[in-house]
Design a binder for this molecule. Structure first.
Ligand code: ATP
Ligand code: CA
Ligand code: CA
Length: 400
């Protein structure tokens, strides 16, 4: 199967108890919140529910291997959000908690957050800072409204916001630590290969992933690339005029919301699945004879069937590339705006101040939210273009 990033978090792993407690808390909290859905009221947005777990258990919480406290934020709101995102409540619980195994992503960011994948890689748990948690709570209503009004939004899907409070020993002292975390979607379908991945902010300041030429020889080496790599490779999001218009309209609405909420430092995470490469890879794995007619699409994991009008998210959350004439081409893009809980805080203001002394604001990453949004939008808008299908130019079978 495809190579997945991450280490199994099983018993004995340093973070096993934290992960175990997170999942135990989610399991109990989410299954408790299962009655009839009532229209949300302002109280639901502020509401929190605390649960205390220990070895003995009680009438409210089952016994747990470790003692810890769990806090669930706005459970009814997140329940409705999950429904809006089309999640099945039972599936959600099973994916997250059927067995206590998660995979920990190897230090993806600088922020110190931990990332865990659910067993089936559909969901990601991200630990967040207190300030990010405050920000999400404060703007939950605005987020909820935006999701409701924009079914095609690219802003990260949040499924739950929780806190675990547990004793952690540090330098021979036991301290009670509060760990805030949220559950979100894995933007990439677990069974599809992402041939290239970009994390784009619209800034060039330090935004490059250095490629180790030795490692690059290995096909499986696919680091997350950044803005400078994007520019160097002259990459494009290939959309015809129709898709381009719809995509940029939504992007604009999304960044306008983020600017209004004083958020910055987010990125567009973009995974590219190349159907041609996927087919080649399949062929390598299936050396015996031709693939039955009509089956080739299916083997690359892309649904076959009637051609539906191209729109957002028709390929398991992905958008298919198209050419100047709005014809489908062979890439599928998985896009989302991630890491969108950073408030333009004092710290960032300070950073802007320091950097503005010696650098042009265009290349600096920490700029005020409105400028950040404009720069982000422009970068992406400049990157979307309906190119003639260059990848076919050398291929005599495909007409120009
Ligand atoms: P920093 O603040 O240093 O940018 P962070 O700890 O806040 O880092 P993120 O920016 O949220 O982390 O994510 C880091 C990386 O993890 C992303 O570049 C991406 O590769 C992966 N990632 C994050 N969220 C998702 C998601 N929803 N789906 C798939 N991959 C994700
Ligand atoms: Ca980030
Ligand atoms: Ca971050």
């Amino acid at each position: 199967d495809r190579v997945l990033i991450g280490n199994k978090v099983s018993e004995g792993h340093v973070n096993f108890i934290i992960a175990y407690n997170m999942l135990t808390g989610i399991r109990v909290a989410v299954s408790r919140c299962s009655g009839i859905m009532k229209p949300l009221t302002p109280v639901d947005f502020k509401f929190t529910k605390k649960l205390a777990f220990d070895y003995h258990g009680n009438e409210l919480t089952p016994s747990s291997q470790y003692a810890f406290k769990f806090k669930d934020y706005s459970p009814e709101v997140f329940r409705e959000l999950r429904a809006m995102f089309g999640l099945d409540p039972a599936d959600y619980l099973v994916s997250l908690t059927s067995r206590y195994v998660l995979s920990e992503l190897n230090s993806p960011g600088k922020s110190g957050s931990f990332f865990y994948f659910s067993r089936d890689y559909k969901y990601i748990i991200k630990t967040i800072h207190h300030a990010e948690h405050v920000h999400l709570r404060r703007h939950l209503h605005a987020y909820y409204t935006h999701i409701k009004e924009n079914p095609d939004t690219m802003i990260c899907q949040f499924y739950g916001l929780h806190r675990v409070k547990m004793p952690i020993s540090f330098q021979n002292k036991v301290k009670h630590r509060k760990i805030y975390f949220l559950v979100m979607n894995n933007l990439f379908p677990p069974h599809l290969e992402m041939h290239t991945t970009f994390d784009l902010k619209g800034s060039t300041w330090g935004r490059v992933t250095k490629i180790d030429p030795e490692k690059a020889k290995d096909e499986a080496y696919r680091p997350v690339l950044k803005d400078v790599n994007w520019l160097e490779r002259e990459e494009r999001i290939e959309f015809g005029p129709l898709k381009k218009k719809k995509f940029l309209q939504q992007l604009k609405k999304d960044v306008e919301l983020l600017a209004r909420l004083n958020i910055m430092d987010y990125s567009l995470l973009l995974g590219i699945h190349d159907m041609n490469k996927a087919r080649e890879e399949e062929d390598l794995e299936l050396p015996d004879g031709p693939i039955p007619a009509g089956h080739s699409e299916g083997t690359s994991g892309v649904p076959t069937g009637p051609v539906i009008p191209h729109y957002f998210k028709e390929f398991e959350g992905g958008i298919r590339s198209s050419d100047t004439f709005n014809n489908d081409t062979d890439l599928i893009y998985y896009v989302g705006i991630i890491d969108c809980l950073t408030n333009y805080s004092f710290l960032k203001k300070l950073e802007t101040f320091w950097r503005s002394l010696s650098h042009d604001l265009k290349v600096v990453s920490a700029v005020p939210p409105k400028d950040y949004a404009d720069r982000f939008y422009e970068f992406i808008a400049d990157s979307v273009s309906a190119l003639p299908p260059t990848r076919y130019r050398d291929n005599p079978d495909v007409p120009d």
